[in-house]
Ligand binder design. Structure first.
Ligand code: ZN
Length: 177
């Protein structure tokens, strides 16, 4: 059973080209954040024992099948990590497993992004060792998202908005709304 408190569904057409006349329906990609030990994934590679969902978390109909691996790169790691994928034969969605604490399509650990934004808001300056432009990008994205999803009447702090968006399965610092 996959333990996850956040699952993000992206409407995204599969870019894989299939041969023959059969045209698959639009695939959906479901990101599952799971507790996983990054060091062990690095050491064991594709032999790492990822958790397997008993049922497809999207349609709850079928068991899921193994669907290979994707190589992903994270801040602080020189090598890529092989991340496990599953596919549901019923609804055809693809499940991508990711180590908890890393946001989809974001390579800096979530805790690090959160710490840096909070440091900037409290101290008026960025902590060192990452470019200001990159960190500024996160701040602008967070402000935009907070306004788009929570509205101008939102009375909480930006960091509360960060936590709120994340709890709803949204990436608080991505560019897209
Ligand atoms: Zn399914």
């Amino acid at each position: 059973m996959v333990e996850t408190d956040r699952a993000v569904i992206f409407s995204q057409k599969s870019t894989a080209l299939k041969s023959g006349a059969f045209k698959p329906p639009t695939d959906r990609i479901l990101i599952l954040f799971v507790a996983a030990k990054i060091k062990e994934i690095l050491t064991l590679g594709k032999d790492y024992q990822w958790p397997e969902p008993k049922l497809c978390p999207r349609c709850q109909v079928s068991r899921v099948w193994g669907h290979g691996f994707v190589l992903a790169y994270f801040d602080g790691l020189r090598e890529g990590l092989w991340l496990k994928r599953y596919r549901c034969p019923s609804c055809r969605c693809v499940l991508r497993l990711r180590p908890d604490g890393y946001l989809s399509r974001f390579q800096a650990p979530l805790e690090s992004i959160r710490f840096r934004l909070s440091h900037r808001l409290e101290n008026g300056r960025w902590p060192p060792s990452l470019s200001r432009s990159r960190q500024g990008h996160w701040m602008r994205a967070l402000k935009r998202k907070a306004e788009a999803y929570l509205g101008k009447s939102w009375g909480g702090s930006l960091m509360a908005a960060f936590d709120h968006l994340l709890a709803r399965g949204r990436n608080p610092v991505s560019r897209s709304i």
